[in-house]
Design a protein around this ligand. Structure first.
Ligand code: B3K
Ligand code: ZN
Length: 860
């Protein structure tokens, strides 16, 4: 038996409905940092109506007593293992009472009940509830929860849990006893408890049907002013879900708590969201436009889960994309409606083409519905979330807006209050639209990125244009055999100065499509990135430039420029290898010159077109990634554009006078374009004054950070000076200081290795806080490819040491950080050896399941 199976990986095919269920839960917490007393009372019912053995999940729990129907059980009438409480002879219906002692202070994994800056909070998804109590900790057991919290009233004035507050009593000993009742049956992963001393920003929202909902944002003392944007975002999300899907909120109160110690972005606990403070707190002086954008989108995402996730939940964790893919799609639609649909779509495409394609090409490849899992937390991936959202988007494309809505309505009508599967979702879409989606379902089963090859032929005599399309998905680490998928291919044919739109449905490995057109058109293939595939078509440079100017679809216009750059990268690397100088072609420079002289009406879109693709985007096109060549070439391109168009950048920059800060679409767009100009200008001599000016005189974080980024990317001499100033200014504000940590760790020079050591010794750094660790080391591997892949292997070693250190503190964070080491097969021979060796060393240690699953797979 391999170790992976001895560690008991679970399989989708082994799913069995639970033999017992729990209908009602009553939890009483007496909070104390090192010895919280919990009494848990469950109404347990057998599904078959027969007595049997009840097996509850539990981890790292101190069990004090077990009572059945009021009778204390002898220790020999049940069995406790490292992961279970086994109760033989459980009657068909009984009340089970457990007494448990918890140590939140010692909980550095931030799963279950823990302390964040002295406040109690919980994180239960996916399997964290079993670190609070023994339970049927699986999403298909839905129970009504009542929660009592007893804690010192002075130290913890806010005592919160799911549902509605039904009583609050001050006890004679100065403690307070509150009771919360959540009327909606829910799985344990949606349970939450928070206790602390916060400032609370209050608002209210009246639903379409006239019910008033109290909105409450709990933040660290002194931060109330920074929560207004999040509150307004929530109101927008609530209205949007009513207007777009007819979905209203269902409790009297919606609470959001912002905490500093959190493993991810946020959590959709019923009625009581817990958020990483970085996705709640924002004002113009401390947060960038991107921060504001993320807050609105994540507030929306968690809110939308109330229906897609909470009211209708997952039968088992393999179905995670049922709620996550769908909710990401919903938050993307929300963001598109709040701002620019094209720019939002471009962002989503970037995520798929970088992180998701990389995941599919690596050892952790899995379908959006995985088939086998050792540690569930490892499957909160860009595949389940973002490719999952692409799959939902394809349904939306195929069925149309109205058809999709019909499917959603039927889904809720059938499954409200249930725990269901991805198949149930597809069936609702299918039945509501009278359309067979059997073939489409393959997207749920198959991992890997389909390659779509297209050839065209124009027959002038017949006035016929033909497209021959072939799809092929190569075998992946988890699955050798692949079948053809249903690909919706949006197409525009550009001819006679017009654009003719089509939606093709490709269902076979190879298919030909014929169009009657009076002259040879230019095909705009995969407009709106209508399927998550890699497209191959031999475009000429002039065709791409024409698409960039004339296509209707903004995403296709941007994509044409991406493809153009891809061609330049290949040509420049070839030239570099033969020792020749590579100059960017005149047509491309001319396109940029014109764009700068006369930016499009949408300045943010103009900024996107003017940006050379990032390292990740370009790297993903190579089977074996020539890291240092790519870094060099991309730097060289920016340098060439900077020097050749220096006057244009300057003029464009100067024409964009900054107005007083507002987070508003046109303002954001203007700042984006100005930042692009500044980035290029940082590459040319004589820009010191301009950089300094913008840094010192802007009234917002977006513009200040743009200066620091530009200096970092161009290794500008001003970098050190401005960074020192920034550190001093923001030393007491860790959320902002994280930006400084990231910039420091992404400086593309070998001095960064000393810097990394200094950063971890910084008074504000803490290994216990995931935001700090990610700010430093996440930035190091994501934004500093040059040094992360340094020839001596030092970057790999540094990250591997950090991963091992983190594994004993917080395995979830460790398992995220290890990701870039796993795809060793993508790099050149020497890097492969270095990476393999650090992975092997790691595997020889006693690893958490989280880390073990990933490292062992990568060495298979
Ligand atoms: N559902 C949570 C993620 C939980 C991650 C557990 N490791 C946030 C979200 O997707 O909305
Ligand atoms: Zn989610």
């Amino acid at each position: 038996m391999s170790e992976l199976s001895s560690r008991q990986a679970k399989k989708l095919s082994d799913y069995k409905a639970p033999e017992f269920t729990i209908t009602d839960v009553e939890l009483s917490f007496e909070l104390s940092p090192e010895a919280t007393a919990l009494t848990a009372v469950y109404q347990v019912v057998s599904a078959s109506g027969k007595a049997g053995t009840l097996i509850l999940d539990g981890q790292e729990l101190k069990l004090l007593s077990v009572s059945l129907d009021g009778q204390l059980l002898n220790a020999d009438s049940y069995q406790v293992t490292a992961e279970q409480l086994i109760l033989p002879g459980m009657p068909a219906k009984a009340q089970l009472e457990l007494k448990i002692e918890l140590n939140p202070k010692a909980n550095t994994a931030l799963e279950g009940l823990y302390l964040s800056n002295g406040a109690y909070c919980t994180q239960c998804e996916a399997e964290g509830f079993r670190r609070i109590s023994y339970y049927l900790d699986r999403p298909d057991v839905l129970a009504r929860f009542t929660t009592h919290i007893i804690a010192d009233d002075n130290t913890y004035p806010a005592l919160l849990s799911n549902g509605n507050l039904v009583s609050s009593t001050l006890l004679p000993d100065g403690r307070r006893h509150v009771t919360w009742v959540d009327p909606f049956p829910k799985p344990s992963y949606l349970f939450a408890l928070v206790a602390g001393d916060f400032d609370c920003l209050k608002g209210s929202y009246t639903t379409g049907s006239g019910r008033e909902v109290a909105l409450e944002f709990y933040v660290d003392k002194g931060n109330k002013q920074r929560a207004h944007f999040a509150l307004e975002s929530l109101k927008r999300a609530m209205l949007w879900d009513e207007q777009s899907f007819g979905l209203e909120y269902d409790l009297d109160v919606y609470m959001v708590v912002a905490v500093d110690f959190f493993n991810m972005g946020a959590m959709e606990n019923k009625g009581l969201n817990v958020f990483n403070s970085k996705y709640v707190l924002a004002d113009q002086s401390s947060a960038t436009d991107t921060d504001f954008f993320n807050i609105e989108s994540i507030i929306g995402h968690e809110y939308f889960h109330n229906w897609t996730g909470n009211r209708v939940t997952c039968r088992d964790w393999f179905q995670l994309s049922l709620k996550e893919g769908l909710t990401v799609f919903r938050d993307q639609q929300f963001s598109a409606d709040m701002g620019s649909a094209t720019l939002n779509r471009i962002d989503a495409v970037k995520t798929i083409r970088t992180a998701q394609f990389a995941e599919d090409a690596g050892p952790m490849a899995h379908p959006i519905r995985p088939q086998q899992v050792l540690e569930m937390n490892n499957f909160y991936t860009v595949t389940v979330y973002d490719k999952g959202a692409e799959v939902i988007r394809m349904l939306h494309t195929l069925l149309g807006q109205a058809g999709f809505r019909k499917g959603m309505d039927l889904y809720f009508k059938r499954h409200d209050g249930q725990a269901v599967t991805c198949d149930d979702f597809v069936s609702a879409m299918q039945d509501a639209n009278g359309r067979d989606l059997t073939l489409f379902s393959r997207w749920y089963q198959q991992s890997g990125t389909p390659q779509l090859k297209v050839h065209s032929h124009y027959d002038a005599k017949k006035r016929e244009f033909k497209l021959l399309m072939q799809q092929h998905t190569a075998g992946t680490a988890d699955q050798a055999e692949k079948l053809p998928l249903l690909l919706p291919v949006r197409l525009e044919l550009l001819a006679e100065g017009k654009s003719y739109p089509y939606l093709l449905e490709m269902t076979e490995a190879e298919q030909e499509f014929t169009f009657a057109v009076s002259q040879k058109p230019i095909p705009v293939l995969l407009a709106d990135f209508s399927a998550p595939v890699k497209l191959h078509y031999q475009y000429q440079m002039d065709e791409l430039l024409l698409i960039a100017r004339d296509a209707k679809d903004g995403v296709a216009r941007w994509d044409a420029i991406q493809q153009l750059w891809q061609m330049q990268v290949i040509a420049a690397i070839d030239a570099k290898n033969t020792g020749a100088e590579y100059l960017l072609p005149g047509e491309l420079l001319e396109f940029y010159r014109q764009l700068l002289a006369k930016p499009l009406e949408d300045l943010a879109f103009t900024a996107e077109l003017l940006t050379v693709p990032g390292y990740d985007m370009v790297a993903e096109q190579f089977d074996e990634i020539p890291v240092q060549d790519l870094v060099w070439v991309l730097q060289n391109f920016q340098q060439q554009l900077a020097t050749k168009l220096v006057e244009q950048w300057r003029l464009c920059y100067k024409s964009l006078h900054p107005a007083a800060y507002q987070y508003q679409e046109q303002h954001v767009a203007k700042r984006a374009l100005r930042s692009v100009c500044l980035q290029y200008l940082a590459f040319v001599v004589g820009s010191d004054e301009l950089l300094r000016q913008q840094y010192q005189h802007s009234d917002n974080m977006t513009d200040q950070l743009a200066v620091l980024r530009s200096c970092r990317t161009a290794s500008h001499p001003l970098f050190a000076e401005l960074m020192a100033d920034f550190e001093q200014r923001w030393n007491n504000d860790v959320l902002v200081l994280d930006k400084w940590f990231s910039l420091s760790a992404s400086y593309p020079q070998s001095s960064v290795f000393d810097t990394l050591e200094q950063l971890t010794a910084h008074p504000q750094f803490s290994w216990q806080n995931p935001n700090r660790v990610r700010a430093v080391f996440g930035a190091f591997y994501q934004q500093n490819p040059q040094m992360f892949h340094s020839a001596d292997g030092k970057g790999y070693q540094v990250l591997a040491d950090v991963v091992l250190k983190m594994d004993s503190i917080n395995p979830q964070v460790a398992a995220r950080l290890v990701t870039p080491l796993l795809s060793w097969k993508r790099y050149q021979a020497q890097s492969q050896l270095q990476l393999k060796s650090v992975l092997q060393t790691m595997l020889a240690k006693d690893l958490s399941d989280d880390l073990y699953e990933k490292v062992s797979k990568s060495l298979n």
